[in-house]
Ligand binder design. Structure first.
Ligand SMILES: NC(=O)c1ccc[n+]([C@@H]2O[C@H](COP(=O)([O-])OP(=O)(O)OC[C@H]3O[C@@H](n4cnc5c(N)ncnc54)[C@H](OP(=O)(O)O)[C@@H]3O)[C@@H](O)[C@H]2O)c1
Length: 268
C-alpha cells in the first residue's frame, strides 16, 4: 500500500520508536492520528512532523483502561493503517509484579492491539484494503530471564498476526509484524541505561521506522530489525529453545536481564 494521503493510527507515538515511526510516516505523505496518554507531547510531535498540525491529529488514550482500545479506533474514524506500537517493558521476576501490573502489561501489549484490529476489520473488509502493523520484538522469538510477561505478550502478538493475516487476505488487507532487537538512541531499552549482551549489537529507531514503512508498502509478513549476528542467534533460539536456554545460562544472560529489569521497573 502506498502511504501518500493514507490515515495512519499510531499508538505509543510519544515513545522512542513511536516518534521515529511518526516521522517516517509523515515523510511518506501519510496523515497521522497520534495516540498515547500525554496530550502536550502528542501536540508537540504533531506540529514537528512534515505537514504539521492540523494535518496530523492527536487522540489521548490510556490503553490500560477497560474498553479504551476499541474506543480509540472509533474516535479515529476512517483509518487505512493501524500501527500498534505502544507497550510496557514487562521485565522482572513474575512474583515481583502485582496482579494489577500483570493485567496492565497484558492489556497494553497484547489485548489492546487485538481489540484495535478487531474494531478495524469490518471497515477494511468493506473498503477491500487496509493494513495492520504489530510491533513485536525478538522477545517474540526467544524467551529470556526476567522477561516472562514481555515474552508472553510478544510471542502472543506474533501468533495473532500470522493468523489474522490469513483471515484478512481475502479482504485485500494486510498484516505485518516488525520485530526489533535491542534499540539504541531512544526507547525502552535505551531508557533503562543497560547494555546489550556482548557481541550482539544494537539497531536504531530510524531503521525500525523504515522497516515499518517497508512492511506496509510491500505487505511483508515479518521484518526483523537487528544486526546480522543478533538475527542469526534469535533464529537459532527460535528453532532450538533448549539450546537457547543452555547458551543463555552459560553466557551470563541472568546478569544482563537483571540490570535491564531494574532499569525498566519504573515503567510498569
Ligand atoms: N526499544 C527497544 O529496544 C525495543 C526492542 C524491541 C521491541 N520494542 C517494541 O517497540 C515498541 C515501542 O517501544 P519503545 O522502545 O518506543 O518504548 P517507550 O519509549 O517506552 O514508549 C512506549 C510508548 O507506549 C505508550 N504507552 C505505555 N503505556 C501506555 C498506556 N497505558 N496507554 C497508552 N499508551 C501507552 C507510551 O506513551 P505515554 O507514556 O506517552 O502514554 C509510549 O508512547 C514496543 O512495542 C516495544 O515492545 C522496543
Amino acid at each position: 500500500m502506498d502511504l501518500e494521503g493514507k490515515r495512519v493510527l499510531l499508538s505509543g507515538a510519544t515513545g522512542g520508536l513511536g516518534r521515529a515511526i511518526a516521522a517516517e510516516m509523515a515523510d511518506q505523505g501519510a496523515m497521522l492520528l497520534l495516540s498515547s496518554r500525554k496530550e502536550e507531547e502528542l501536540r508537540g510531535l504533531a506540529s514537528s512532523l512534515a505537514g504539521g498540525a492540523p494535518r496530523h491529529e492527536v487522540i489521548v488514550s490510556d490503553l490500560a483502561q477497560d474498553g479504551a482500545a476499541s474506543e480509540l479506533v472509533r474516535e479515529a474514524g476512517d483509518v487505512d493503517v493501524l500501527i500498534a506500537n505502544a507497550a510496557l517493558p514487562g521485565t522482572g521476576r513474575l512474583e515481583s509484579f502485582s496482579e494489577q501490573e500483570v493485567v496492565r502489561a497484558l492489556r497494553v501489549n497484547l489485548e489492546a492491539p487485538i481489540m484495535m484490529a478487531r474494531e478495524l476489520v469490518p471497515a477494511f473488509a468493506n473498503k477491500g484494503a487496509g493494513h495492520v502493523v504489530l510491533i513485536a520484538s525478538l522477545a517474540g522469538k526467544v524467551g529470556s530471564p526476567r522477561s516472562s510477561i514481555y515474552n508472553a505478550t510478544k510471542f502472543g502478538l506474533r501468533g495473532f498476526a500470522f493468523a489474522l493475516r490469513e483471515d484478512l487476505h481475502p479482504y485485500g488487507a494486510g498484516v505485518s509484524i516488525v520485530s526489533p532487537g535491542f534499540v539504541r538512541e531512544a526507547g525502552m531499552f535505551h531508557d533503562a541505561k543497560s547494555a546489550a549482551p556482548p557481541g550482539l549489537g544494537t539497531t536504531t529507531p530510524r531503521k525500525v521506522a523504515r522497516a515499518v514503512s517497508r512492511a506496509i508498502r510491500r505487505n511483508r509478513l515479518e521484518i526483523t530489525v537487528a544486526p546480522r549476528r543478533q538475527r542469526f542467534i534469535s533464529e537459532v533460539g527460535y528453532r532450538h529453545p533448549r539450546l537457547a536456554s543452555r547458551i543463555q545460562r552459560g553466557g551470563g544472560a541472568d546478569r544482563v536481564a537483571e540490570k535491564l529489569a531494574a532499569g525498566q521497573s519504573a515503567k510498569r
